[in-house]
Design a binder for this molecule. Structure first.
Ligand code: NZQ
Ligand code: ZN
Length: 381
């Protein structure tokens, strides 16, 4: 358990916290407000941003799409350069925040911004950004990661750099009142899989990380089971805080991590446009069954400590069944055919893309080769 840990994002949590943006960005900064397809104009968030920024100079860029594309974001980079922007305020879900990180890191780079995703360019500097979160799911509001798509080539790649860690994140649970149910459910599933990717590996000596991961998983099970309470402030607040904590770096410190489900899932989104969280549910139960031998101890621990299952010879498998039932009870599919994906066509395409992106040895033991992924996707058909 050796690690160096820091998370410097200031969290502003609670109702009406958007107003605090006024004091969080120095007034000598010129701000680019980046947002998505316009949900913030319908739910009052845009108006709150305008009020909070009444003493600031700012311009806006809208139209960042779900699974943000470099084709759209490069237009924001051009605007930011023309307007001599020195602060970015991202207002939206993971897509807007990830896209804003790309813009922040690309502004000072003369080459093709996509180089950041391929690893051909290491980020040297980035302009500071803050985030107003409108969809609890990804944890992007206080982590250093971003996932960007190149539409023309169907590539969906990630980069991580501490220079794009948001300086602040505003989490007002009221803003998720207008989320479509599909997105609310996506948030539960994505956050759940984030914890799993950092927890269902091998047994470790990290009591804090394992124990906290179990608290977060139990919260997410409770949120799913009390889904009919989703209009309560308690439910919304706990989803927002739990999803944030699931991927802010803490539970993953000092131990092995998996992320194979995410790597395979990103390819499914790139090829079929399936929502990020939904791809994870399509892959994860089959992946866990495939990897049972190496993940058995942790699955048994999860079965006991998260789902309260009785001890038995099948405890690890029972835990996987419980995970799959959790998704299915929320109406989330766990087989490709239920997401209208033809496995015979999809598998070769996904395998080709994984190979192209270097996803040839995934998982905490780098043992999920392309052949193993093929077997996982076959059983997910
Ligand atoms: O575009 P707008 O109009 O804002 O509408 C969005 C979008 O259509 C809507 N929405 C967001 N907040 C709303 C709202 N509608 C009504 N009321 C609100 N309060 O929801 C739709 C989906 O938004 P999006 O940002 O795409 O969803 P999410 O937060 O799930 O982000 C998904 C993206 O994040 C990446 C995914 O790959 C995907 O590209 N991820 C980022 C990670 C990270 N940075 O750490 C980790 C994750 O594993 C994930 O890969
Ligand atoms: Zn995710």
């Amino acid at each position: 358990m050796n690690f160096s840990y820091s998370n410097k994002t200031q969290i502003q949590f609670g109702e009406d916290s958007i107003a605090t943006v006024n004091t969080l960005i120095p007034t000598d900064k010129k701000i680019l407000v980046i947002y998505g397809g316009g949900s913030i104009k319908k739910n009052g968030v845009y108006d709150q941003v305008c009020t909070a920024l009444k003493d600031h100079a700012w311009v806006e860029f809208s139209g960042v799409e779900p699974n943000p594309t470099v084709e759209t974001l490069d237009k924001a980079v051009t605007l930011a350069r023309d307007e001599k922007i020195d602060f970015i305020l991202a207002v939206g879900g993971g897509s807007v925040i990830d896209g804003s990180k790309y813009v922040a890191a690309s502004i000072g780079y003369d080459g093709d911004g996509w180089d950041i995703l391929t690893g051909d360019h290491q980020v040297t500097d980035a302009i500071p950004l803050g985030a107003i979160l409108t969809l609890p799911a990804t944890g992007s509001e206080s982590n250093a990661g971003a996932v960007i798509t190149k539409k023309t080539t169907q590539d969906k790649l990630a980069f991580m750099d501490p220079k794009v860690l948001p300086v602040f994140a505003v989490l007002d649970p009221n803003v998720i009142k207008t989320l479509p149910e599909r997105q609310l459910i996506n948030g539960i599933v994505d956050a759940f899989v984030h914890v799993c990717e950092q927890y269902i590996t091998v047994k470790t000596d990290a009591w804090v990380q394992e124990g906290y991961a179990e608290v977060l998983l139990r919260n997410l099970v409770k949120l799913a089971e009390s889904y009919d309470q989703r209009d309560s402030s308690e439910w919304r607040s706990n989803l927002m805080w739990t999803a944030n904590q699931a991927l802010n770096g803490l539970i993953g410190t000092g131990g092995p991590q998996d992320w194979a489900t995410h790597m395979i899932g990103h390819e499914l989104t790139a090829h079929y446009g399936v929502d990020h969280a939904r791809t994870l549910a399509l892959v994860q139960p089959s992946l866990l069954r495939n990897q049972l031998a190496v993940k058995k101890d942790k699955l048994e621990q999860m079965g006991t400590n998260v789902f309260g299952l009785p001890k038995s010879d099948t405890l690890a498998l029972d835990a996987i069944d419980a995970i799959e039932s959790l998704y299915n009870a929320l109406g989330v599919a766990t087989h490709l055919k239920d997401a209208d994906i033809n496995a015979d066509e999809a598998i070769p395409a996904i395998i080709r893309s994984l190979e192209k992106h270097g996803g040839v040895a995934l998982g905490e033991h780098q043992a999920i080769t392309l052949d193993v992924t093929k077997a996982i996707l076959k059983s997910a058909a």
